[in-house]
Design a protein. Structure first.
Ligand code: PEP
Ligand code: MN
Length: 335
């Protein structure tokens, strides 16, 4: 159930509706909107009876929500969610480009790449400090030292930092250093981590699980939003299919479908989707043409020496070319 309040409803009327919801042992969620306030309800065991609310002062309409995911659905909020990080917007008119190496490897490496990207006017730097690797013997990331280096990069370049939190133990540490907390594909089903990240106010980049259905993906986002954090960016990063010629299969269908079903921004990670730098540009162009709000791309100045994901990391010049291409495509697809 979604309760739509009048454009001129008072704070008192909104609080009154929320109180009524609580009295019925359910949870109210005020949904941020440009024109008017809407109040979503969760925690109901069955259909909610609109009789309880429709005559309360300030209430315009009670709309049943048919989807299992509620707060992330367009039924509940029609306007696109735009995340604003001091003027760097995600989900707005412009496409968002997040770029950087798979991992922070050392001071020289991260500063070299960050400076090159910053010169290209990239505002958001990605790089893992805690790396979830398939093999326990592979490079696991620099941990807190990596976060400290990222903080230095932010100070020197002004770039915003996107990095992954791999567990609840290190979440607070990561949150203290970064601007956007990445939840990786392997953790999309980690509900205790999703709840914890939902209790923070920092924007979250939620990657789609390796074999997650659309509903599971949106439900994972619902875990975060239902804890009060509406600043969620969805990320399609390729799923496992029978197709065996690439690292994963980029699910292009999910882009317009999510745009239809949810108000959250969705970006695409072409690097992990294909695993090969030869194909990254083509997939990124396709993603923006299909309506994605942006891309997150791995870039390394010396991919041959990269400690992780070198094969899929673009050279800076390739990335520059891609940036020009997606900027042009974005002008068409976002109008
Ligand atoms: C990454 O972004 O480096 C990463 C590990 O991604 P994913 O969780 O999509 O595999
Ligand atoms: Mn990677």
């Amino acid at each position: 159930m979604l309760i739509i309040m009048h454009t001129q409803s008072t704070d008192e009327q909104i609080e009154n509706v929320k109180q009524k919801i609580r009295e019925l042992n359910m949870t109210p969620h005020a949904i941020p909107g440009q024109l008017r306030c809407a109040i979503g309800i969760t925690g109901n065991k069955g259909p909610v009876d609109s009789e309880f609310f429709k005559n309360l002062p300030g209430v315009v309409q009670c709309i049943p929500v048919t989807k299992s995911y509620k707060l992330v659905s367009r039924e509940v909020r029609q306007e696109d969610t735009i995340i604003d990080l001091d003027g760097v917007k995600i989900g707005g008119k412009e496409i968002t480009v997040i770029a950087g190496p798979c991992a922070v490897e050392n001071e020289e490496q991260i500063f070299t790449i960050a400076r090159k990207l910053s010169e290209m006017d990239v505002k958001l730097l990605r790089a893992g400090a805690f790396k979830p690797r398939t093999s326990p013997y592979s490079f696991q990331g620099l941990g807190e030292k990596g976060l400290q280096l990222l903080a230095q990069v932010r100070e020197k370049t002004g770039m915003k930092i996107v990095t992954e939190a791999v567990d609840t133990d290190s979440l607070e540490l990561v949150a203290n250093y970064v601007d956007i907390i990445q939840i990786g594909a392997r953790n999309m089903y980690n509900y205790s981590l999703l709840k914890k990240v939902g209790q923070l106010k920092k924007p979250v980049l939620l990657k789609r699980g390796l074999s997650a259905t659309l509903e599971e993906f949106l439900m994972a986002a619902e875990y975060i939003v239902s804890e009060g954090n509406f600043n969620v960016i969805l990320c399609e990063r390729g799923i496992r299919t029978f197709s065996d010629f690439s690292r994963n299969t980029l699910d292009m269908n999910v882009i317009p479908t999510i745009k239809h079903l949810s108000h959250l921004p969705i970006i695409v990670d072409p690097s992990h989707a294909c695993g090969d730098r030869k194909y990254v540009q083509a997939l990124a162009r396709g993603a923006i043409a299909a309506g994605a709000d942006g891309i997150i791309v791995e870039v390394h100045h010396d991919p041959g020496q990269a400690l992780s994901d070198g094969a899929q990391s673009l050279y800076p010049m390739q990335f520059k070319q891609l940036l020009e291409q997606v900027t042009e495509i974005g002008k068409i697809s976002r109008n």
